[in-house]
Design a protein around this ligand. Sequence first.
Ligand code: ATP
Length: 269
Amino acid sequence: RSRGKLYAQDDIGITFEDIAGVEEAVEEVREIVDFLKYPEKYQRLGGRIPKGVLLVGPPGTGKTLLAKAIAGEAGVPFFSLSGSDFVEMFVGVGAARVRDMFQQASAKAPCIIFIDELDALGKSRSGNSVGVHDEREQTLNALLVEMDGFGANVGIIIIAATNRPETLDPALLRPGRFDRNVLVDRPDKSGRADILKVHVKNVKLGTDVDLQHIASITSGFSGADLGNLVNEAALLAARKGKNTVGQPEFDEGVERVTAGLEKKSRIMD
Ligand code: ATP
């Protein structure tokens, strides 16, 4: 996907079956699927359907996946953009893009707009900003204006993801904007086992593979890390010319992914 390009997908093909280990988050967003499918049920008594939902959690825990699954379960189009797409853009372009996105979305409502890395776009506004910041502020302002501008019941729900909620401009969190918060946290041991089960669905496993054991030696792994691990193990087994993926490949895969994670955290220090 090229920088800043709008991206709409009609049939997302992802459901809650594809997500594991974050049951509480899934339970919290089930209601949103219902809002999108049966808006009349909620509007009948004068209720206002929420416009914005903020998914908060560390990288790779499934926030994007969860947003896509909401669209998939509700059977509505999924528009996505990333907050970082707006950095380093010419003044006015980001704001125009936001308006364009909302225009396209209202033509396709009910639908979901997903904004990844909201913090890149929605950082607290500082008094003395120049250059990139001016552009970001204009884009943020355009987003606020658009969010306030559409009625609560037009069937657009904006889902945004962040791993730094504390840096967000408080204006984004006001009632009628991103006033709902859903935590998408790293999985615990049984969550990791469940995520592994999702990722091995299409993998030929050897009879020696013990997913519970793998879950117990992958403390700190995110869903993305676990997906990575399963893929590493499958590639290792293929390289060895095996017909199934066995426990030794998973053990080796854990080492590789762990080494990769350590390297990454050293670079970030
Ligand atoms: P980031 O904050 O880095 O954007 P994210 O929270 O949006 O990350 P995703 O992009 O949804 O994470 O996850 C990346 C991939 O990792 C998913 O496509 C999926 O394969 C796997 N994954 C992550 N979390 C889960 C989960 N809870 N269950 C199953 N698979 C997961």
